[in-house]
Design a protein around this ligand. Structure first.
Ligand code: ZN
Length: 463
């Protein structure tokens, strides 16, 4: 399950996020959202001079909210300082699809997200590092959530999470522990620590279960809080370890790439920064809203830098990074063939996460029609009252259709699916209303999107 779109009310958003996380949506809105509180308690347990606090600097307070990241998958986040697609902090080479947050699947996240958070702390801005760290922290916290550890879904899952209130949680006297002195040691140490966390939380689930069944919130709360506290202790260990290891840079990673992306934004996405990727590597970052970017501690070498931003064609440039030197690049993005195109990677030319994954396009569970395969694009913000046009340039002999989904502002209401267009038809017009704040392009057909379309645009009509 994942959220299809944003809500304006942050309180409701947090509740929704937790319920989605719990896999249990029928609960009335209880204002318990343990991730930020557990994260807050973990940060408070660190010494004031802990390296991670220095590395994240002004972003430290944002770690609380960033630890909800995996519950925001497939969404457009509109932070005060920058917008971003949550999946840019949730998908990575080697793990290009979302995985479950329950045991045992959640175990597949430990190593890739630990290494990615470490990479972000070593190479990227504090903004990026905070959000990658938040994703890791979420998976750690979910591991120790009693019903996640005990692998119990449904009604009991929601109750054994929502019958606790960790907003006063404090790890009195806890000294965070280092999980390892090298990256590899820390990955092994993290795995071991998390197996211990699962064993800690399982019996607490069993003890809280009858209380949850009988609705005895007051008796269940202290038991469930024990799990929340152990989660926070593990997160404190993770944060201590990440900070200490981030300061140990491999000797061969001593090149810097900085610069600016110059581009014309798509209307409504002016605050969404460019994403930069070094092709065939694990390195990527988001620029800031002004287009500035920096990647430190990269291995010297010659790379292909790819830059992605809605409204522009994908740009690629060869860059050579010299040992011990900073290389500065200004990347001018060409406007997309269709003015105002909101779609990222509109010609499907950029593949970074995996060879079979055009960046910005996601294989979807076929909730809608019996299509063999469905691909969904990013959520595109619409302005109420405006006319929009989907324009498709088809591949020769394309076997597929392209449609537009308009998620409802009210998450309880179903999305509107516009009748898809087929080869021979080239455009689909629609109007945005206050009830349809987003559009999502959906490609139905056998094979990856680039087998069906050469180019795809969704833009305001008649601008
Ligand atoms: Zn979760």
């Amino acid at each position: 399950m994942h959220r299809e779109h944003q809500r304006r009310n942050r309180g409701a958003e947090l509740v929704w996020a937790w319920l989605v996380c719990a896999g249990w949506l029928s609960l009335p809105a209880l204002a318990w959202h343990p991730h930020p509180d557990i994260t807050r308690a973990a940060v408070a347990a660190l010494d004031a001079d802990a390296p991670i606090l220095k590395l994240l600097g002004p972003e430290v307070p944002n770690l609380r909210e960033s630890s909800l990241m995996p519950d925001w998958r497939r969404s457009l986040r509109r932070d005060k300082t920058a917008w971003f697609y949550s999946d840019d902090f949730l998908l990575l080479p080697g793990l290009p699809t979302h995985v479950g947050h329950m045991c045992p699947e959640v175990r597949t996240t430990y190593e890739p997200f630990f290494r990615r958070a470490l990479q972000a702390l070593r190479t990227e801005s504090a903004f990026n590092a905070c959000r990658w760290t938040g994703s890791l922290v979420h998976f750690v916290e979910d591991t120790g959530a009693p019903p996640h550890a005990a692998i119990v879904g449904g009604d009991l899952h929601g109750k054994t999470e929502n019958f606790a209130n960790p907003d006063k949680l404090h790890l009195t006297g806890y000294r965070p522990r280092l999980l390892g002195r090298t990256d590899d040691e820390a990955v092994a140490g993290l795995r071991q620590r998390l197996e211990g966390l699962i064993e800690f939380s399982k019996p607490r689930f069993e003890r809280a279960k009858p209380l949850a069944v009988s609705g005895d919130r007051a008796q269940a709360d202290p038991i469930l809080i024990e799990s929340a506290a152990e989660c926070a202790r593990v997160v404190a260990d993770v944060l201590l370890t990440l900070g200490q290891l981030a300061a140990k840079i491999p000797a061969d990673q001593n090149a810097t790439l900085t610069g600016t992306v110059v581009s014309q934004a798509a209307p409504g996405l002016e605050q969404l920064p460019a994403k930069l990727m070094l092709l065939e590597t694990k390195f990527s970052t988001l620029a800031d809203a002004a287009g500035r970017f920096e990647c430190r501690h990269l291995p010297p070498g010659t790379y292909t830098l790819a830059v992605l931003r809605p409204g522009s064609a994908v740009a690629t440039a060869a860059v050579t990074l010299a040992s011990g030197r900073a290389t500065t690049k200004t990347i001018q993005l060409a406007r997309d063939a269709v003015a105002g195109n909101l779609v990222r990677n509109p010609a499907f030319s950029l593949h970074w996460l995996a060879p079979d994954r055009a960046e910005g396009w996601y294989p979807a569970s076929t909730r809608t029609k019996p299509a063999k395969k469905t691909w969904e694009g990013d959520l595109l913000p619409l302005a109420a009252g405006k006319q929009y046009r989907l324009q498709v340039a088809w591949q020769d002999k394309a076997a597929g259709k392209v449609g537009v989904r308009l998620p409802a502002r009210d998450p309880k209401k179903p999305a509107t699916e516009l009748t898809p267009i087929a080869p021979g038809e080239t455009q689909l017009d629609f109007a945005a209303t206050a009830e349809t704040p987003y559009a999502q392009v959906v490609i139905f057909g056998d094979g990856p999107p680039e087998k069906i379309c050469r180019h795809l645009a969704l833009a305001p009509a008649g601008d």
